[in-house]
Design a protein around this ligand. Structure first.
Ligand code: SF4
Length: 380
């Protein structure tokens, strides 16, 4: 394949949906001058930083395949080897009891609900043992905002707790954020997942999860974590009520924080993971966005987030085939085998796979699979 951007190579591809100010699908407007967009994509593929205004133009007017080609060129500049990484790990959702009631969430149960659960230490240990036996290298601990869970709960070596869970610990314990993170790190926390990022625009957050942390609080946890030497990931859950402008604003806020962390903190974001809203069993309901919209957004994230090395394909929400296609739209990582996952599965996502299958998916897409750990280091 050519190593340079071919203007208009993907023109004529099916147009993805656009969202109007209310987050509904809007009719596609007229494209800008094709040469203009091609020049812009070429400059970004060559390493120029993309502005928010230009990202929005590309979102609106560039064709699906042109975005994919440019994102793939950037991916190959950052990761020249045709290798796609994956991790064998397990999401332990230690409780589904939650007082936050996000309208997009099908996983949580109110306190006192008969289907509510809280895993005890023995069952957590059993899940960890089983993960190790399956060749797993990490545990992702995430759960609801349980009203009675004390800060002393985690006594295991874990990767986990999204910023909103950590802010909940701050509220429940009265310990300041820096102190909570220091105690979690002291108890064995190695890194923090980017869960709960959704869209980092408060107007959107007030519509879909008004009781959850707002954007500044989410970013504050990540910035403090980086200061304390805890690497984190960044996520974006899209395709619900947000606009394309909101998606770009989200990426801009992530990129700005990453610039600050890379300039002065011992840790930073290791990866950006975007996925689409799944509507099944949720209060929010509504239509789900298309796979084309997913691929455009993922490609844009590779083009815009020039300071985050790893972009993960979301086969869990998109299905395994689109997960493979996403590897040509800027992704260099296939994510997790998901020995266990309960949150997006409750909303109709596609579940788990095996090491054998994820390696086959990667090979069939034309890449060499390589197992990694949570910090994206190769596993021997
Ligand atoms: S997404 Fe998280 S915080 Fe929101 S209701 Fe579900 S479990 Fe609770």
């Amino acid at each position: 394949m050519s190593a340079s951007y071919v203007p208009g190579a993907g023109r004529g591809a099916a147009a993805p949906p656009r969202l109007d100010a209310d987050g509904r699908r809007a009719r596609r407007g007229p494209s800008g001058p094709a040469g203009d967009l091609s020049g812009l994509l070429g400059r970004v593929a060559d390493g120029a930083r993309l502005s928010a205004a230009d990202a929005l133009r590309l979102f609106r007017d560039a064709s699906l395949l042109d975005l994919g080609i440019a994102a793939d060129l950037v991916r190959r500049r950052v990761h020249p080897d045709p290798v796609v990484t994956y991790i064998v790990d397990r999401n332990i959702n230690y409780t589904n009891i939650c007082v936050v009631r996000c309208s997009f969430c099908a996983f949580y149960r109110d306190p006192g609900h008969p289907e509510g659960y809280l895993h005890d230490t023995a069952s957590l240990h059993a899940k960890i043992e089983e993960t190790l036996a399956l060749g797993g290298t990490g545990i992702l601990m995430q759960g609801g905002h349980h009203p009675d869970l004390p800060l002393s709960f985690p006594r295991l070596h874990v990767h986990g707790f999204s910023p909103s869970e950590i802010q909940h610990m701050v509220a429940v314990s009265g310990v300041p954020l820096a102190g909570v993170l220091a105690r979690l790190k002291g108890a064995g926390l190695d890194s923090i997942p980017g869960g709960g990022g959704e869209i980092l625009v408060d107007e959107v957050r007030r519509r879909i999860s008004p009781l959850k942390t707002m954007s500044d609080e989410w970013l504050a946890v990540m910035e403090e974590a980086h200061r304390q030497g805890l690497p984190t990931t960044a996520t974006m859950m899209f395709g619900h009520v947000e606009t394309l402008e909101d998606r770009v604003t989200h990426m801009q806020r992530v990129r700005d924080l990453q610039d600050r962390s890379l300039a002065g903190a011992p840790a930073a974001f290791t990866a950006f993971i975007s996925w689409t809203y799944k509507s099944e069993n949720t209060a929010l309901g509504g239509e789900e966005t298309t796979s084309a919209d997913y691929l455009r957004t993922q490609a844009l994230s590779r083009l815009f987030l020039d300071n985050i090395p790893n972009i993960q394909s979301s086969w869990v929400t998109q299905g395994k085939e689109i997960g493979q296609v996403a590897l040509k739209f800027g992704a260099n990582d296939m994510g997790s085998t998901m020995i266990e996952e309960n949150v997006v599965r409750a909303a109709g996502a596609h579940g788990c796979t095996t090491r054998v299958e994820i390696e086959r998916l990667i090979r069939d897409a034309g890449y060499t699979p390589r197992q990694r750990d949570t910090l994206y280091r190769p596993v021997a």
